[in-house]
Design a binder for this molecule. Structure first.
Ligand code: HAM
Length: 421
């Protein structure tokens, strides 16, 4: 009886070489840029108490209402696979009293997030984010610096075509004024909107602005804009952010509808979109969340950060084709006959100890097949060891690019390769 193979869960996927080389390159660039701005890495658990996200992301958001992987643990506690990491970072900041250290705290993270969305290109149920958060500063210069750092990172990974969308959603005080204006405007039009918008017009009117239903768009376009209802302090903050961006020659597009899909935002919000991505075009999103620490039971602590969708970033990196997924195999060892096998294994060990990447298979193979494999694996050199080579104590080294072949003494192979790679 044939056994049915088990497949990966819908919306999840395996990342395979050589693609994973690109993932590693992107992660290495992120770590290098973050280190230059003096961010430290934080690793928080993938599992959190469900209440963390209900309180921070917001009970009436799509994420919390429809998309979380939530389950009862054996002791009845409600747990959730994190749909995002900002809430976890702030939870950890409070839990470990990081605020006692003084100054702004800068943290970054990489890892998987989980949202039960409808899968499509660039949208997965397990996806990966690279994110950074700054806690403890209200300065608009931090907003500008965070964006400056992001753009440096995008440049490093070869992404040049993108748009920075910018908005301010104000603070709790100006939000209250705006919400009453918005509610009033919605009262006249909500009956012709989708069911979600009709409900949200009463429960959480700001969420109406990020409705994706096509028919609602012309109505949403005409609604009052939050950026026109900022109080003087929030307006001044936004103006300083934009003047700092201009001073850094960073172009941006003020986008009044950009309220983002999570409830914790205050003041600056932003997204970066890329034309290379199709429908799911937001490569990253972020903003300020000056009230989040208090919402989670911590001291008043302003914060700002962003999360890059790594899956989408990789698609954009592939489209830009600047970073190449290089296969760094220095040599593949081709051996013939049992006596050559131990010599081959010994040579592999010696070259690897030199830090060279070396491939070898221990099952006998015809020379033609082994040479074919060396080329398929992308080896720069094939090292051929047969009876003749063993007797002469000189192995054949074939440059797989040029096809040139040379005989080299085993003891000199490491330096021969090092000189040519
Ligand atoms: P977000 O906008 O929900 O923000 O997600 C950030 C990015 O994650 C998106 O722009 C997108 O690239 C990627 N993303 C989201 N959902 C999916 C999915 N299902 N499949 C693939 N990629 C996805 C946040 O998560 C906030 N924590 C950002 C932040 C950090 N704000 C302040 N600090």
């Amino acid at each position: 009886m044939k056994v049915e193979p088990i497949r990966s869960v819908k919306g999840t996927r395996d990342l395979l070489p050589p693609d994973t080389i690109l993932w590693q390159r992107v992660e290495a660039e992120a770590r290098s840029v973050f280190a230059a701005y003096h961010y430290g890495e934080i690793r928080t658990p993938v599992l959190e108490q469900t209440g963390l996200f209900a309180r921070s992301v917001g009970a009436d958001t799509d994420i919390v209402m429809k998309e979380m992987y939530t389950f009862q643990d054996r002791d009845e506690e409600s747990l959730t696979l994190r749909p995002e990491a900002t809430a976890s970072v702030v939870r950890a900041y409070i839990e470990h009293s990081l605020y006692n250290q003084g100054g702004a705290h800068k943290l970054y993270y990489l890892g998987p997030m989980f949202r039960r969305e409808r899968p499509q290109k660039g949208r997965y149920r397990q996806f990966y984010q690279i994110g950074a958060e700054v806690l403890g500063s209200e300065s608009p210069l931090v907003d500008a610096e965070v964006l400056e750092m992001l753009l440096l990172f995008l440049e490093r990974v070869g992404i040049r075509e993108y748009q920075l969308l910018l908005n301010s959603v104000g603070c709790a005080a100006c939000r209250a004024t705006y919400l009453s204006v918005l509610r009033e405007a919605l009262a006249g039009v909500k009956s012709s909107m989708c069911a979600d918008c009709q409900r949200r017009a009463d429960t959480n009117p700001l969420r109406v602005l990020d409705c994706k239903v096509e028919a609602d768009q012309p109505i949403i376009e005409k609604l009052p804009k939050i950026i026109e209802h900022l109080d003087p302090a929030c307006r001044a903050h936004f103006e300083r952010v934009t003047s700092e961006l201009r001073a850094r020659r960073i172009s941006y597009q003020v986008t009044p509808r950009l309220v983002r899909g999570l409830d914790y935002y205050t003041r600056t919000t932003f997204e970066i979109t890329s034309g290379a991505l199709g429908a799911q075009n937001a490569v990253l999103g972020g903003g300020r969340y000056d009230g989040l620490s208090e919402m989670l039971g911590g001291p008043p602590t302003p914060g700002i950060g962003f999360s890059i969708g790594q899956d989408r970033l990789i698609l954009a990196v592939q489209a830009a084709a600047v970073l190449k997924p290089e296969v760094p195999l220095a040599a593949y060892i081709v051996w013939m006959g049992e006596p050559a096998l131990s010599a081959a294994a010994g040579l592999a060990r010696e070259l690897r100890a030199h830090g060279l990447s070396v491939g070898i298979d221990y099952d006998p193979m015809k020379i033609k097949k082994a040479m074919g494999l060396a080329s398929k694996l992308g080896a720069r050199f094939a090292i051929i060891i047969g009876e003749g080579e063993l007797a002469k104590e000189r192995y054949q080294l074939k440059d797989m690019g040029s096809g040139q072949q040379e005989e080299v003494e085993p003891g000199n192979i490491a330096s021969y390769l090092e000189a040519r790679l």
